[in-house]
Design a protein around this ligand. Sequence first.
Ligand SMILES: Cc1cc2nc3c(=O)[nH]c(=O)nc-3n(C[C@H](O)[C@H](O)[C@H](O)COP(=O)(O)OP(=O)(O)OC[C@H]3O[C@@H](n4cnc5c(N)ncnc54)[C@H](O)[C@@H]3O)c2cc1C
Ligand code: SF4
Ligand code: SF4
Length: 626
Amino acid sequence: MIPVRIPDIEFWKDLVPCQIACPVHTDAGRYVQLIAEGRDREAYLTARSPNPFASVCGRVCAAPCEDRCRRGKIDAPVSIRALKRFVTEKYGVESIEPDTQEALFSGAPEPGNKWLWHLGGHVHPASARRSKVAVIGSGPSGLACAHDLALMGYAVTIFEATHVAGGMLRHGIPEYRLSRSLIEKEIQKVRSLGVDIRFNTPLTTGFGLDDLRRQGYEAFFLSVGSNKGRDLDIEGSHLDGVVKAIDYLLNVNNGYRVDVGNKVVVIGGGFVAFDAARTALRKDQDEGGSLHEAVDVARTARRSGAAQVHMVSLESFAEMPVLRTAQGQEEFEEAKREGVKFHPQRGPRHIVGKDGHVAAIEFRGVIRTYDEKGAFKPLFDDSVHETLEADTVILAIGQKADLSFLRTSDGVELSPAGFIKVDPATLATSARGIFAGGDAAFGPRNIIDGVANGKRVAQSIHEFLGGAQPAITYELSVEHVPTRRFTRPEDYEQEQRLAPPTVDLQRRTGISEVELGYTEEQARRQAERCLSCHTQTIYDADKCVMCNRCVDICPEYCLKLVPVEQLDIDPSTRSSVMEHYGVDSMHPASAMLKDDETCIRCGLCAVRCPTGAMTMEVFYYEQRRA
Ligand SMILES: Cc1cc2nc3c(=O)[nH]c(=O)nc-3n(C[C@H](O)[C@H](O)[C@H](O)COP(=O)(O)OP(=O)(O)OC[C@H]3O[C@@H](n4cnc5c(N)ncnc54)[C@H](O)[C@@H]3O)c2cc1C
Ligand code: SF4
Ligand code: SF4
């Protein structure tokens, strides 16, 4: 029997996988299609609407959208992230038209499918009495929350431990991947909405949530990140010259010179902890974060003048989940080109010292890192003895949250892994009025996950402070495209993915940005690769004469006529279908099946149909407050 899905709103949402995969539900496909049409300003507004860090994400987003892109099932995903950069360079904070986004603040609609927190065309819920809200930590999660709360009219203050805002954007990600002036401009936009940032004001055991409550703050968002490097418990790990990746990057990113010598060994690259329980609990999230960290450290060490940089990981390449992502692959290739040497399936045995300083590190082999159930259970091969000489060993084996500022009286419970425990739907902690998100609640993840949490908490805080919990409705519109006007770009199905251009290897010194933007022509061609998942073939059985021509012409073999008896539908739907079409034992019926996953929206079926039974239709949906 063939399973059948009656289209509901979830069906339409699932048709655009890039949008579903994005944690803030950016209508990525839509902005890509607008770029293909040369409508760059609208494309920018579509990309910016749900994401106050559109320009940052155009440079370094982990791009989960690309990993779900339907084009990836045919050859390689559309370069969604790099195309975002193409439009932010024209209309984002870094462009010559940096105020373009302000159109969204006044409610001007942008094209694309919308969710509640998309700005354009939506009326923001308003704070009844401009309550004071405290956000702890100014990383992407805290800033995104402050941005949305400020737009709702709340008086938001961010308490930040360090002298700069941005969290790991500033302290973790190296400048050659993300320019500091761009981060600053994006944060400046958030501040211009009235958000106050108190620098050098950490929450501590001496200055805590109770003190803020006494100052009149009514709700709190804990977004302090996960900024403490994990230790490696082997012989020699306390020698001089063994440093944690986070501390190393923090120093380099804040302008301090760190002498790493000539030979650097980075331990990490997918394995995050020797704490099996913790890894089994939160495996995927931790691995993603630590590969970023390990690759960034290795490339930064090369720039600091180290002649040899080795990256050693427990996992084989096939076991590293991040290497199965389009962005992870491209970053990995760049590190290889820059001369970083990778050593997969090696586990550190002990660190060898000389006169109190690290001199070398010894490794054993690794047969496998995860067991059949996917749990972290490394199996070592002790017959392997390998040694790498080292002036510095950098540990990039994961991070933990520093939550020492929490007092027992705060009532905020922690998870067994040491992060803040939250209700996954509202991100409320166990204490009333206190919410948490980003890396502090979920362990090391990605920027856009943190942004999504911040936006979710803004909604939760609004509801907590007396705003009504919205009843949600959807508006769906489906627009017929006359078949004679339905065209696709020439050879769109043959165009290959092009990695964004980069500067020559010889010019990769210090902080100069490595990745460059697409040229105008490259961007248009790359955007044309999009399969336009927002277009759907609609089949009208009343007009069909069962000539089978659509089935014959489809280049992807995704259409099929089958006897209706083969469909797995519930009895009442079956009888109403039978009744509608006058089907009985004398008049058997067929059903048209279509595989939406493989359809490339070429429109040939509609062109070939002699009766207009097959049409191409563009759909939009909008989530609204009832
Ligand atoms: C080296 C590295 C490279 C990365 N590369 C990428 C990438 O390319 N793409 C990607 O998507 N993600 C990347 N990530 C992950 C990404 O940076 C994080 O997931 C994201 O920054 C988490 O946001 P956050 O707001 O939760 O926390 P953070 O960004 O960590 O911000 C937390 C903030 O809270 C402040 N704080 C901490 N304690 C206190 C306190 N007690 N009181 C007040 N303030 C406090 C901190 O100073 C900091 O400003 C990378 C991470 C690292 C470490
Ligand atoms: S083909 Fe286009 S619309 Fe479809 S998932 Fe990829 S980017 Fe999105
Ligand atoms: S649009 Fe093209 S790929 Fe999709 S069903 Fe019709 S003929 Fe097949």
